[in-house]
Design a protein around this ligand. Sequence first.
Ligand code: GRF
Length: 210
Amino acid sequence: MSLRVGVLVSGEGSNLQALIDTVHSEGVVEIVCVGSNNPEAHGLERAREAGIERGVFAASDYGSREERDAALGDWLEQHGVELVVLAGFMELLRPQLVRRLAGRIINIHPSLLPAFPGVHPIEEALDYGVQVMGVTVHFVDEGVDSGPIILQEAFDPVPYSRDIAAVERRVHEIEHRLLPQAVRLVAAGRVRIDPANPRRVIVEEASDGD
Ligand code: GRF
């Protein structure tokens, strides 16, 4: 049976689409539900087109963020979700939900963490003048983009023009490969935290050397 995955999105959902077109279509995992804090998120439309159940969890519909996150956690549980993927989910989940999902929640972030966590990593990296940029997939912990790193991919040189749209295109190209690759590794049971150092992630070699 394939791993049951829930994806959370806030906007465009191109990373969700990459997952739908690869690991979901191939039956490596089953994306059983897509949730969003934003009822207008295009990602919800992508889920609808793929026949995947959707849920809206806008913070403004609840008395507090804790209540919202509790409802979101219940909904993910009701769907039997074994792995939660934050694919452009732009709100921080409260510690209670992160703890409830410990070790079963991953995020994609458009910088080489720990550099430039937060909501504007690409702009900040360009303003800083870095020469190498990249993408990170990591486990989610209670901090901001601070969990153990599963995969990273760098690119350089950053286009000299420092044209943000060009950089975003390059970032997306990498993200749309790296996130499915991470989900594939988790689904294959090849990703675990090093018991000797919980900051480090061990990715097992595939038997065929993949
Ligand atoms: C991606 O760059 C992701 O790394 C960041 O938000 C963006 C979401 O893009 N967290 P999309 O909604 O998947 O198109």
